[in-house]
Design a protein around this ligand. Structure first.
Ligand code: AVJ
Length: 322
């Protein structure tokens, strides 16, 4: 009855080709930048899991508190037979949704989508063991490139949790929401997690923790550049920077060169010069307000039908429909 399948929609070597392309563009740009997806090799994913347990990093706990409270309501409102999850990672919070949809009696299949095959394997098999009768169809895919859902039973609930949508720049976000809209049928719904605008000190502390785990996570992208592209770079030559951009309402993480440096990247036949104090942007993590989420959804052809926050108003879950 229960089954596990894993389908690769990404060629095995696509990842490294994409890293090369991103590094070639971002490291020769002014200012320098890299997309945050390159944090997440095995070590980076482990560090992120550690971040979610830090006292300063509230989003994971806040989102879990909301899901804890409203998962049954989400199940009743959607009656989903298939749960699709984008950027599923360890699928840990998803269990609250799966449990509620199973209790509601509708859920037949779970479709986790992630770029990490190992995370999908692990999470998928664990879920299979815990929810007998559930079909798990894992997809290795980069959903920014488009959404190819297997033909699974509707109504479908597409979940994008954790506030990861904040990693997309405004234009990328608009394109992504259009892609989501296109993938949804009339009875389907989107469940979206967004971190909210709040006191600057709380935000900055969440991205610059006292134990230095986020600093290590940030510097891990240098390890990835070294391993995958041969970059001759020493993490100790850089400082971790987290700052709040109050105009854009996003957190930026950067790596700041402590001295003048030249980083050789043999795989790209490139030498990247850093002036002392020069910064490389490694992540944007946008924070949201209800009105902004509502209007971005509307522009993409979706309607915000439910908005839930944790008691302290730090994080929100949105339920949207075509
Ligand atoms: C996984 C993208 C939601 O932006 O808060 C955590 C990643 N970066 N600490 C976030 C992250 C630094 C996280 N997301």
């Amino acid at each position: 009855m229960s089954a596990f399948t894993l389908t690769r929609q990404l060629p095995v070597d696509a990842t490294i080709a994409a890293l090369r392309a991103d590094a070639a563009v971002g490291l020769t740009a002014n200012p320098k930048w890299l997309p945050p997806k390159w944090f997440y090799d095995a070590r980076g994913s482990e560090l992120f899991e550690e971040i979610t347990r830090l006292p300063e990093y509230y989003p994971t706990r806040a989102e879990r508190a909301i899901l804890d409270r409203v998962a049954p309501e989400i199940a009743a409102a959607t009656g989903a037979r298939t749960l699709v999850e984008l950027g599923s990672g360890s699928s840990e919070k998803t269990r609250l949704l799966i449990g509620a949809l199973r209790a509601h009696g509708t859920l037949a299949a779970y479709v986790p989508i992630d770029v990490s095959e190992s995370a999908l394997e692990q999470a998928g098999r664990a879920l299979l063991a815990d929810y007998p009768g559930l079909s798990v169809h894992a997809l290795v895919a980069d959903f920014q490139a488009g959404l190819n859902l297997p033909d699974c039973a509707g109504p479908r609930l597409l979940a994008f949790l954790g506030g990861t949508i904040g990693n997309l720049l405004p234009a990328e976000r608009a394109a992504f929401l259009r892609t989501v809209r296109t993938a949804l049928g009339p009875d389907d719904a989107l469940l979206l997690g967004t971190d909210l605008v709040k006191d600057e000190r709380v935000l900055v502390a969440a991205y610059d923790d006292a134990a230095g785990v986020t600093a290590e996570f940030n510097k891990n992208v240098l390890t990835v550049l070294h391993r995958e592209l041969g970059a001759e770079v020493d993490a100790s030559d850089f400082d971790h920077v987290a700052l709040w951009d109050r105009e854009q309402e996003w957190i930026e993480m950067r790596l700041r060169a402590r001295r003048p440096l030249t980083v050789k990247i043999p795989a790209l036949d490139l030498k990247v010069d850093f002036a002392a104090g020069e910064e490389l942007r490694t992540e944007v993590s946008a924070k949201f307000r209800e009105a902004g989420v509502r209007s971005e959804l509307a522009v993409a052809g979706m309607e915000l039908v439910r908005w839930w926050t944790d008691p302290q108003g730090r994080f929100a879950l949105s339920l949207a429909r075509p």
